[in-house]
Ligand binder design. Structure first.
Ligand SMILES: [Zn+2]
Length: 436
């Protein structure tokens, strides 16, 4: 019994280290980069060499250094015709599913195991699109995502590093289940639905106990919940405060889904680490964002997607359709104001609402909202790493960090469309895609 427990603990430690990458682990790889953006926010440099050993970056050097000096077995990756940068990071995905007219019936027909395998498929698609880290903000069964996260960390399947959430929501709130027969609703109601501050304290502790890296809360109503309860504040101030205190005391950050300004502001006052969507952020929100240093994760592509779906298909209920058209249409203008005012922004798509694998399309919408290409790249690397508390190991190409590296043929600083066509993906020193 004891040794089983010990093995389990050792396994957890390995998963936490997150750098085990199978057979690639003992090899040296030398990348010759035509143009290297080692640290987004600083200017890229031409003709650089990146040396990778044991899954981590060992050195970045000017010029094309001869690989032989790193041993006879060193592998050379020729990216002399490419723009090379750190792997992209998406701070808001739902890796378990994808919104579609047939989505609800799939949820009811498929076995839990099939849903799990579907997540594996979506994870691979996301990685191949150049996203080497994602933060999964829940829906469905968190245990699927924790299992996927651990399987990826152990090198069993290929996918992005996953920072996985446990969801905490009030009864009938956006994070609760809806739209089913009542006996099914009871069956699928999560243990982390809570009401009142002390119950929410319990819910946060349970989420952490069962595997959450981060706590996701639904501070306001949401677009895709079919309860006709609007998009206003749903968690009370005392619940929010208790959630933040409990999560932070357990070393977990809190991400708050929030549309209406009063819900955004209440979450910011309570000390939330990021606001997801932030669709109706107002002048007070901007003050609070700047005071607390919280990030805005805009998910503009989600707004765009639900507007298109509301217009072109009939599977949304009247309540959802009305919210989709209103909120989706309003997101970009509020984002523009928040960005102009200097709110810190971390890249996030809400993929699962939009299709997995097209995450980079968010960048085009961010540009439409007034962000410069370099700011967008910073939001998807340096800022995202900061938001998940992993700046020491992710976000830039610097000695000691994980070798999560992507490349494309042209510079996204000149043409953002290049992000949609990533030709090379390396994660933890393992080359997973190379179209060169
Ligand atoms: Zn979401």
């Amino acid at each position: 019994m004891k040794s089983i427990l010990k093995n389990a603990v050792a396994g957890l430690a390995l998963a936490a280290a997150g750098s085990f990458a199978g057979s690639a682990i003992a090899e040296v790889t030398v990348i010759h980069a035509g143009e290297l953006l080692a640290t987004p926010g600083k200017a890229p440099k031409k003709e650089q060499t990146v040396v990778i050993e044991n899954g981590k970056i060992k050195a970045v050097q000017a010029g094309y250094i001869d690989a032989a000096q790193y041993g006879d077995d060193a592998t050379v990756v020729d990216l002399k015709d490419s723009f090379v940068m750190p792997g992209l990071m998406d701070m808001h995905v739902h890796i378990q599913g994808e919104l579609s007219p047939s989505g609800d019936s799939e949820t009811l027909r498929w076995s839990s195991e099939e849903v799990g395998m579907h997540s594996v498929y979506f994870a691979k698609k996301t990685l191949m699109a150049g996203f080497t880290t994602v933060r999964d903000l829940g829906a469905g069964s968190p245990q699927h995502v924790y299992a996927l996260r651990n399987a990826i960390d152990r090198g069993w399947v290929d996918g992005p590093r996953i920072v996985a959430s446990g969801g905490v929501s009030p009864t009938g709130g956006h994070g609760d289940v809806d739209g089913m027969r009542h006996d099914l609703l009871e069956k699928y109601t999560s243990k982390t639905i809570c009401n009142g501050p002390y119950d929410c304290r319990r819910a946060v502790r349970e989420a952490v106990k069962y595997g959450a890296d981060v706590i996701k809360i639904t501070a306001t109503g949401g677009v895709l919940s079919d309860t006709n309860t609007g998009t206003g504040q749903q968690m009370t101030d005392d619940e929010l405060k208790e959630i933040m205190d409990t999560a932070h005391s357990l070393g977990r950050k809190v991400a708050a889904h929030a549309h209406a300004a009063e819900g955004i502001n209440a979450a910011l006052r309570a000390g939330v680490d990021s606001i997801e969507h932030g669709s109706y952020a107002d002048a007070e929100s901007i003050k609070l964002f700047k005071k607390s240093g919280a990030y805005l994760v805009p998910t503009l592509i989600a707004g765009d997607t639900v507007v298109q779906m509301a217009k072109s298909s009939d599977f949304m209920s009247p309540a959802i359709k009305a919210k989709a058209l209103r909120v989706g249409g309003d997101m970009l203008s509020h984002f523009e104001v928040a960005h102009k005012a200097g709110v810190k922004i971390a890249f996030g798509t809400d993929s699962g609402v939009s299709r997995h694998g097209i995450n980079a399309e968010e960048a085009l919408l961010m540009a439409k909202g007034g962000m410069e290409p370099m700011e967008i790249l910073v939001s998807a690397t340096v800022n995202a790493a900061d938001l998940v508390g992993m700046s020491e190991s992710l976000g830039t190409i610097e000695a000691g960090k994980h070798a999560d590296i992507i490349a494309m043929h042209g510079s996204p600083l000149e043409n953002l469309d290049e992000l949609l066509d990533v030709d090379f993906v390396m994660k933890a020193g393992k080359t997973l895609k190379n179209k060169n």
